[in-house]
Design a protein around this ligand. Structure first.
Ligand code: KIV
Ligand code: NA
Length: 275
């Protein structure tokens, strides 16, 4: 059984076998992916995926800690990374350190992830210098949805230089890896070639140093919408609903519980020893 990699192990995977990662928000799902993933992210996507929020802006530190603790209980081989939620780090390095340290102390996570490029470089530098490994997240940054004006591809045409500058800035500031979300394939490849840290693609390129998906998206549990970059590896939502519908019909027909699910007046006789 392998030991969970740390941030420096992940950094060292630059240019090697692609890093595998998924999001998780609960213990049982974390258990299912533990041996298959290099790292598992408790994304602030939890707000939309599990809590029905319409964006990630309403996600709180308390939610990240609660789900972070749950996921931590399900992992022994994959590294745990937790998203810093909107409003928990943007004021400046001191606020960012205080909240990142709380996430690490209360969940045992090995690193935090935060959104932003050039504008977050100073904060990343200070966190890393003071003992907190940071995964950066550039391109489409969903916490900035209100200033980006929609979940659009980032870095097309004249925007490409800005995304490349973001990648260079976070790498230079000491981030151990960087998520590239919804950027054109060629730009993702260029960034991957130019920065010394692993790029983790989501809606980016197969040429990235790793990939991440939201687990409920790829398993077909989250069906409110499906981004183009999601590949459905299973269709569990409809499967779950079919099971629920069958249960409802059984209950109404008094077909559930069956004889095997109910208890007799008397306890069954003790089993006779086999030898
Ligand atoms: O919150 C999240 O799930 C993420 C990944 C999609 C990278 O940030
Ligand atoms: Na996120």
């Amino acid at each position: 059984k392998k030991q969970a990699p740390n941030a420096e192990d992940i950094r060292a995977r630059k240019g090697g076998t692609p890093l595998v990662s998924l999001t998780a928000y609960t213990t049982p799902m974390a258990r299912l992916m533990d041996k298959h993933c290099d790292f598992v992210l408790v994304g602030d996507s939890v707000g939309m995926v599990l809590h029905g929020l319409t964006s990630t802006l309403g996600v709180t530190m308390e939610m990240m800690i609660l789900h972070g603790q749950a996921v931590a209980r399900g992992l022994s081989q994959a590294m745990l990374v937790i998203d810093m939620p909107f409003g928990s780090y943007e004021e400046g390095p001191q606020q960012a350190f205080r909240n990142a340290a709380r996430l690490m102390a209360e969940t045992g996570c090995a690193a935090v992830k935060l959104e932003g490029g050039v504008e977050m470089a100073e904060t990343i530098r200070i966190l890393v210098k003071r003992g907190i490994p940071v995964m950066a997240h550039i391109g489409l940054t969903p916490q900035s949805i209100n200033t980006l004006g929609g979940y659009k591809v980032q870095g097309r045409d004249a925007q490409a230089d800005a995304v490349l500058a973001d990648a260079r800035a976070v790498a230079g500031a000491g981030a151990f890896s960087v998520v590239l979300e919804k950027v054109p394939q060629k730009l993702a490849d260029k960034i991957t070639a130019e920065v010394a840290i692993p790029t983790i693609g989501i809606g980016a390129s197969a040429g990235c140093d790793g990939q991440i998906l939201v687990v409920d998206d790829m398993l077909g549990f989250f069906t409110a919408f499906k981004p183009k970059f999601v590949k459905r590896y299973a269709d569990l939502g409809p499967l779950a609903e079919a099971g629920i519908a069958e249960y409802a019909a059984d209950v109404r027909a008094r077909a559930f519980p069956g004889a095997e699910h109910v208890f007799a007046d008397q306890a069954p006789a003790a089993k006779t020893p086999s030898k």
